[in-house]
Design a protein around this ligand. Sequence first.
Ligand code: C2E
Ligand code: MG
Ligand code: MG
Ligand code: MG
Length: 300
Amino acid sequence: HADTAMYRAKETGRNNYCFYNAQMGERSYADLALEHGLRNALENQILHLVYQPKIDVGNRSWVGMEALLRWDDEQLGSVSPGEFIPLAEKLGLIEELGDRVIEQACKDLQAWIAAGYKPPPVSINVSARQLVDYSFAQRVFNLLELYAIPAELIELELTESCLVIGDESDQFQLLKEFDAKGIKLSIDDFGTGYSSLSYLRKLPISTIKIDQSFISELPDSHEDAQLVKAIIGMSSALGMSLVAEGVETSAQATLLHGLGCSVCQGFWLARPAKVEQVTDWLAAMTKNEWPAFPEDWQPI
Ligand code: C2E
Ligand code: MG
Ligand code: MG
Ligand code: MG
């Protein structure tokens, strides 16, 4: 009998139901707080950018900087992008968020240029979702024009996950538009995705960023050193530039440099820094005092 079955399910499930409900309630409260916080942060411009230099340890030049989003919330404290970027994607806010990131980077570049500095290119992280919309390229071009930023000063960092979704030919067109405009594209976290390598020769990609998981066990791990070597060999065969991510020690930089990857990004050289700090670095660069190297750096 249907009624009885329902009754029984209710009866036997009662404890479970209460337990389940309390847990779910708690979790969704935290989720809601985060969601509310993110919407509020977007609305009230609470998010800001920090910049982490990419430095060629071979010729000691500052070749770029990566814009990284930060959210320091009054109520929630610091929320990491690893947490709120996926949330923004889930909530359908990533396009707006992404546009804001590009606009802020353009504003910062404009201010540095107006002050007479020569900033290196800024690279911006792009989520897979942003690449689905064909108007994305046009919005980027409009921002560059609005702030009078040369296209060479903006690069986009795509992950492999960006390249496996959506219609292949649409995406190819979109990436080609960036390329035609002079906006360089790089593959972030290279080696951690699941996409086939064939995209490397199909798409206009200029740089490969070796994921930090391949760097962190260097110089001790022989396997990782071999993998890094293979990645370097492949990129140079394809005529691509390289950046090593998450370089934390002088020994790692020395090894990478020796293997043929001289551009490093990581805490060893510089942590992601606020705009004011970047301005100080730009000023120091004009006096040949930047990039400054850690004392333990002994080039070979
Ligand atoms: P990512 O693009 O791979 O960025 C590199 C991450 O490594 C950053 O974490 C950076 O702070 C961290 N890092 C840099 N040097 C070192 C090091 O020497 N050691 C270690 N352990 N970590 C280092 P962050 O800032 O927490 O960002 C995490 C991820 O969030 C980024 O990974 C990127 O995928 C995403 N993200 C950040 N900002 C944005 C954004 O504006 N838009 C989008 N779509 N994603 C973003
Ligand atoms: Mg990145
Ligand atoms: Mg990365
Ligand atoms: Mg990474």
